[in-house]
Design a protein. Structure first.
Lengths: 226, 129
């Protein structure tokens, strides 16, 4: 019974914050996940019921992430067709850009003395959330931590991406979309579609292809470097 | 009535395929001892199937769209779960903040510049402004 109540509260908060974000015209500053989660944390603290009970209630939602990740094959299939037009620059930028993000995140974490758990979550943070959580679990990290890092990264990229591109003379909409998808995944893609269709399409392509490539390569590199 | 039932059966079958591939992917990754998340193995199997088929079946397209539309709902328990790691986040607050900001900027610049560079050298160019 208490499980149902927690799930109902989660659903209500999700719908409410989704509505609020729609009213704010999809502003990346208003993240419905972080808002709803913060509200639930407050409820947990006020009722003194403990996090374990909520985690137990939330298992069906976490379980659904599995089939949702498999379903990414559908946009990947679509991406492959669209990517053919700019295959070489897109693939090179994907590999180089993705490696640069992952390497700089882990290196900074390491040099500034972050714990190993934090470094593991930082490694996966640019990938779309369900894949990031799977990768983090694979390399022995904390998937929840990765999920929150992913969302913060996505918001930052969506908010500052356009300004950075303008300053750095990155004007080709395909280049902008690709970079946005590699760094800021779903939120970057949503933001890119607000700019124009080409940018959004390339962001979506970069997001899915980057997610799959990273899942194939990163755990192996991580294990070898131990 | 019959059409609606058939429509629903199609959606359920598509969902069952996704769940089945998720579980099969995990089993395959374990059996082959590859360091790839099982769910991503399931994704690749489905991708291979779509390539062979040459198109995405309608019900699968619909179920996928439904799941993607509400992904945020599925993340909420994970975000709440971070509460249990409050001490870790407080301890690593600075490295986390700097790493997220700096690596984001680095990624945007490197990816954007690389695309433009390679496209100018080898690409077919584009007609958009």
């Amino acid at each position: 019974m208490i499980r149902v109540a927690w799930l109902a509260l989660t659903l209500a908060l999700y719908l409410g914050s989704r509505k609020a974000q729609q009213l704010a015209r999809g502003s990346p500053l208003l993240n419905p996940v972080l808002f709803a989660a913060a509200a639930i944390v407050v409820v947990i603290a006020l009722t003194g019921r403990g996090i374990a009970e909520y985690r137990d209630a939330g298992t069906p939602l976490l379980w659904l992430l599995g089939p949702a990740t498999v379903a990414l094959a559908v946009p990947l299939h679509r991406s492959m067709r669209a990517m053919r037009a700019a295959l070489l620059p897109a693939l090179v930028a994907l590999i180089v850009g993705s490696a640069a993000t992952v390497a700089s995140a882990v290196a900074i974490g390491h040099l500034m003395g972050a714990s190993l758990d934090t470094q593991r979550a930082l490694a996966a943070k640019s990938v779309t959330t369900p894949i990031a959580m799977a990768i983090t679990a694979q390399i022995g990290g904390v998937p929840a931590l990765a999920a929150v890092f992913v969302m913060i990264t996505g918001s930052l990229g969506a908010v500052f991406g356009t300004v950075i591109f303008d300053r750095a003379r990155i004007r080709d909409p395909r280049a902008r979309g690709l970079a946005m998808g590699i760094v800021a995944h779903g939120m970057g893609t949503a933001r890119s579609f607000q700019v124009d269709v080409t940018t959004g399409t390339f962001s979506g392509i970069a997001m899915t292809v980057n997610g799959v490539l990273t899942a194939l390569v990163l755990p192996a590199i991580w294990l070898l470097s131990r | 009535m019959v059409a609606a039932a058939r429509h629903l059966a199609g959606l359920l079958a598509a969902f069952a395929v996704l769940v089945g591939l998720d579980m099969a992917g995990a089993a395959m990754a374990r059996a082959l001892r590859v360091p790839v998340p099982g769910t991503v193995v399931g994704l690749l199997v489905l991708f291979g199937g779509l390539l062979v088929l040459g198109r995405v079946p309608g019900p699968l397209e619909k179920v996928a769209a439904l799941l993607f539309d509400h992904l945020n709902l599925l993340y909420i328990p994970a975000a709440v779960g971070v509460m249990a790691y409050g001490a870790l986040v407080r301890r690593d607050a600075w490295p986390i903040a700097v790493a997220l900001l700096a690596s984001g900027v680095v990624g945007l610049l490197v990816a954007g510049w690389t695309f433009q560079l390679v496209d100018r050298r080898f690409g077919r160019g584009h007609d958009a402004p």
